[in-house]
Design a protein around this ligand. Structure first.
Ligand code: APR
Length: 248
């Protein structure tokens, strides 16, 4: 492990154009469960039943009761961990250009990253299905399920449900970053959900080096990644930042 951390430190220290792709795994140490694998949310509830736009439009109360209310509680309590803080430091050092995140928890921005592409949206915002009013999640009254706007319309989170498109401006910007970066740091994603999982492939095809950080191997490990550092993102990213600072 230490050899790989030194190697990642060398690779990153000699780059000014690093892009990070992050998934639920980077927020596990902040108390937010992953979707898949041990203790994953989708082990308990069926994503096609509770996280698909068709179900939400048909039975918003059911989706709010089973998924969204819990998500709000967990996200409200969560704080950035050492992995988020480490990426913010890499941005400050001028090494990390941007973060493409699949997470809707807003923890990268809370850690200090300024350039974050929220590929799947952000749970901190709600939109009224009737009048399109947008408001902060913390302002909505959850004693009423589904929560309603003063116009009577139902609120939906500004997140991408299964069955919905990725916002085109996020897709275009992420594709540009992926095809021009010289290193893509892939942290805490199972690399199973498209089109996010295609970003490292695009980066690789454009000549970038792919460094994966995950306690487990993923479909990318053999076919796309140059190397994987296996373990918890918090410890690994802090160690890499320390390594870089010694080299700068
Ligand atoms: N540090 C780094 N990685 C971790 C950690 C940790 N502390 N703990 C778990 N992981 C890894 C797991 O091994 C797994 O590979 O994080 C990954 C989490 O995978 P998923 O739960 O599938 O999350 P993600 O890849 O972000 O899912 C993609 O699927 O359900 C949809 O919209 C949802 O954005 C999500 C998308």
């Amino acid at each position: 492990m230490d050899e790989l951390i030194k190697r990642a430190g060398r690779d990153l220290a000699s780059s000014k154009n690093v892009v990070a792709l992050t998934g639920a795994g980077i927020s596990v140490e902040s108390g937010i469960p992953p979707f898949r694998g041990k203790g994953g949310i989708w082990e308990k509830i069926d994503p096609m039943e509770f996280a698909h736009i068709d179900t939400f439009m048909k039975e918003p109360g059911k989706v709010w009761n089973v998924l969204l209310k819990d998500m709000k509680e967990i996200i409200d309590k969560a704080k950035p961990n050492d992995a988020h803080k480490g990426l913010a430091e890499l941005e400050k050092l001028g090494i990390l250009k941007a973060v493409i995140t699949q997470n809707v928890d807003g923890l990268h921005q809370k850690a200090g990253n300024r350039d974050v592409i929220e590929f799947h949206g952000n749970f901190a915002w709600q939109r009224c299905l009737e009048c399109n009013k947008v408001c902060e999640t913390r302002e909505i009254d959850l004693t009423q399920i589904p929560p309603r706007c003063e116009c009577g319309g139902i609120y939906r989170p500004e997140c991408v449900f299964f069955g919905e498109m990725i916002p085109p401006h996020h897709l275009i910007r992420s594709r540009d970053l992926a095809s021009t970066c010289d290193i893509m740091l892939v942290v805490g994603t199972s690399a199973l959900v498209q089109p996010a999982a295609y970003m490292p492939v695009m980066a690789k095809q454009s000549g970038a080096k792919i460094i994966e950080i995950n306690p487990e191997k993923t479909p990318m490990t053999k076919s796309v990644s140059d190397y994987i550092i296996m373990g918890q993102a918090g410890r690994i990213i802090s160690a890499i930042v320390k390594e870089i600072k010694q080299q700068l």
